[in-house]
Design a protein around this ligand. Structure first.
Ligand SMILES: C[S@@+](CC[C@H](N)C(=O)[O-])C[C@H]1O[C@@H](n2cnc3c(N)ncnc32)[C@H](O)[C@@H]1O
Length: 239
């Protein structure tokens, strides 16, 4: 895509995305955000903050909140959202693949509906790991690849999604990416996004930590070819 087409596509996305999400948020997505982000603590970073739908859900007790968003067309909406927040907030341009922070900067890193659109998501997850303090927590909330039938539908519609939704890969297997990353998943619930778009329905909401992977976990990874299929921290309904 040329730079001009890219800019146009980003502007177009920033124009329709908040309205599209409005109903979904009212139908339950906002509650998911709220329950998860209530656990954010200390210095927090949100990657790909978009129009700021998560912003009102951060707790007032945070030491600092940094919102990273590379699409300049979202900047005004983000500024409006943070105006009333009783927390020190900064809004930065930046890329999840090369986070502009030293190692071990944050206690919390949050991302919602972002890893579907990041090019090179493996690298971005390594960056999340790098900027977290040991024991720091990654709060993820992502739509994911569905079961066999839905997965095929997602494969077929992903080229269209990418064009219309600023690079969104509806078929991205975020769970596999997370398992292969240096982060240790400590909780994961399978949920359903309250939308009529079947390509976006399967959601995972959970937490991963920056901690060394234990020996049993490492063995499980080898035995399952990289995925922690029997990880007891996982819960939720089938997709
Ligand atoms: C579907 S929107 C989600 C916005 C917001 N997090 C939410 O929950 O509504 C995806 C966001 O990821 C951002 N994004 C895409 N690639 C990125 C990257 N490499 N680094 C950081 N953010 C990125 C986009 O600009 C966009 O704001």
């Amino acid at each position: 895509m040329t730079t001009t087409a890219n800019t146009r596509s980003r502007r177009w996305f920033a124009a329709w995305y908040p309205a599209f999400m409005g109903r979904i948020e009212r139908n339950g997505q906002a509650t998911l955000r709220h329950d998860q982000l209530a656990t954010a603590a200390g210095r927090a970073l949100e990657i790909g903050a978009g129009s700021g739908l998560s912003v009102p859900h951060y707790p007032a007790g945070l030491d600092e909140l940094v919102l990273l968003e590379p699409n300049p067309a979202f900047r005004t909406q983000l500024r409006d959202r943070v105006r009333e927040l009783p927390v020190t907030v900064s809004i930065l341009d930046g890329d999840a693949r090369q986070l502009p922070f030293p190692d071990s900067t944050f206690d919390t890193v949050a991302a919602s509906l972002v890893f579907c659109s990041v090019d090179d998501p493996d690298r971005a997850l390594r960056e999340v790991h790098r900027v977290l303090r040991p024991g720091g927590r990654f709060l993820f909330h992502e739509h994911v690849r569905g079961g066999p039938v839905r997965g095929v539908v997602q494969d077929l519609l992903t080229p269209l999604h990418r064009r219309l939704a600023d690079g969104c890969h509806a078929n991205r297997d975020f769970e596999a990416l997370l398992d292969a990353s240096p982060l240790a998943v400590t909780s994961m619930a399978h949920r359903r996004m309250p939308t009529s778009l079947p390509t976006l329905v399967p959601l995972v909401v959970g937490t991963a930590e920056r901690r060394p992977v234990t020996a049993p976990e490492r063995t499980a990874r080898v035995e399952t070819g990289g995925r922690l299929r029997d990880n007891p921290v996982r819960g939720g309904s089938p997709r």
